[in-house]
Design a protein around this ligand. Structure first.
Ligand code: ADP
Ligand code: MG
Length: 391
């Protein structure tokens, strides 16, 4: 029987009404004859009792601020486990047979990078066996285990990655990512409410969007789906139809995305000699967007999250470099079609920023994506003017 994987994000499993809406999609797929695998996130957001951020807060309060990444993973994995038990029981109450599994029971093997582990492989046998018995299998997203059996988590948005990887290894016909918006829009609908939703878009376009901050889907999830050539669909839990299908084919749009990354720190590394490949690799690992930018003085700029400033200082010492930090930085990017004249596009956007008194710290164009580093106070205005220039 064909397998479908359905992932429900935090808002979709947060309350009884929302779980009922999620059930509608699960029951529909099951009644259509699919073998259904449901992947769930933790219930709700910060402040909600079992949300991941709430659990981290508990640990930080008791652990004196600094906690080991391994222990942090142990508590973070609980949110999804709670959600799995709740969702599976609820589905069962509606008359379906269910099996609830942690990420580790579901055969998800990861690296030992606690807090940001990568999936090495998935053993499809445990889930397949439960599907064969007629169960709807509910799996805790965001988690796996190392070879040694230690519990790991997959980084923010990791449940998307769990769903995509399960879809790949189970050879699913489709992976559906259910969320609180009806698909992928050109830009975050919270910033530009009139931004249109895209019906069809390529893996590469979405990877460029997600790598540069569009948090509607995790970039690793899209990369995993691309590797297995599994179609992904992003859609709303609260609507019957619609959604964005992600596959090999490009969208019909010249500009398919204007992602924004906020509250960044610009770490500027400088020294007399250039960095060799190994050193550049270390800078890349530190960066939150997989890029090292060069400024006009030849210094290497890396964008980091505030939390990583300490690691950046340690790296600067190791690289015998001078490090300067600039706070309240944002990055707005424009994802464009391969046929676009990028020089022309960059000229237009640079002029647009100038007209609107938005200083650009650095600009770089790479892989059909133009990135502009700006001050965080100009972030939403920058997205808005680019959107209205092209749409
Ligand atoms: P979930 O908990 O379901 O995983 P997320 O908060 O991770 O939900 O992702 C959904 C949110 O992503 C939306 O509410 C929206 O504000 C945001 N978002 C950012 N960029 C986009 C975009 N280009 N298209 C759609 N939503 C986006
Ligand atoms: Mg998410």
């Amino acid at each position: 029987m064909a397998i479908i994987v359905q992932k429900f994000g935090g808002t979709s499993v947060k309350s009884p009404e929302n779980r009922r809406a999620a059930l509608g999609h699960i029951a529909k797929a099951k009644n259509m004859g699919y073998d259904v695998v449901v992947v769930v996130s933790a219930m709700g957001r910060m402040g909600d009792p079992y949300a991941t951020d709430t659990l981290i807060h508990l640990l930080k309060t008791e652990g004196g601020g600094e906690v080991s990444p391994k222990k942090k993973d142990l508590i973070m994995a609980c949110g999804e486990i709670i959600s799995t038990a709740v969702m599976a029981s609820y589905i069962e109450l509606q008359g379906f047979k269910t099996e609830a599994m942690t990420g580790f029971q579901a055969g998800i093997l990861t690296t030992a990078d606690f807090g940001n582990a990568e999936i090495i492989k998935v053993d499809p046998k445990p889930i397949k066996e439960k599907l064969r018995e007629g169960n709807i299998v509910v799996v805790a997203g965001f988690q796996g285990q190392t070879e040694k059996g230690e519990i790991t988590t997959l980084g923010r948005g990791g449940s998307d990655t769990s769903a995509a990887a399960l879809g790949g290894y189970l050879e699913a016909e489709l992976v559906e990512i259910y969320t609180d918006v009806p698909g992928i829009a050109v830009t975050d609908p919270r910033i530009v409410p009139e931004a249109p939703f895209i019906s069809k878009i390529s893996y590469d376009e979405v990877i460029a969007m997600a790598d540069n901050g569009a948090k509607v889907i995790h970039p690793r999830a899209v990369k995993a789906a691309k590797k297995f050539n599994t179609p992904l669909k992003v859609k709303s839990t609260f609507e019957e139809d619609g959604g964005t299908i992600i596959g090999p084919a490009e969208s019909d749009l010249t500009i398919s995305g204007i992602p924004l990354q906020r509250n960044l720190v610009e770490a500027k590394f400088s020294r007399a000699d250039k960095y060799n490949d190994k050193e550049t690799e270390k800078l890349l690992k530190l960066s939150c967007d997989g890029s090292v930018y060069l400024d006009s003085t030849g210094a290497s700029i890396v964008l980091i999250d505030g939390e990583q400033e300490k690691s950046a200082k340690i790296l600067a010492e190791e690289l015998k470099s001078n490090a300067e930090f600039y706070h309240d930085i944002a990055k707005v990017s424009v994802v464009y079609k391969s046929t676009v004249d990028s020089r022309m596009l960059n000229k237009e956007i640079t002029e647009l920023f100038l007209e609107n008194n938005i200083p650009v710290v650095i600009h770089q164009s790479l892989n059909n994506c133009s990135k502009f580093i700006i001050n965080d106070k100009d972030a939403t205005k920058a997205v808005d003017i680019i959107f209205h220039r092209y749409f």
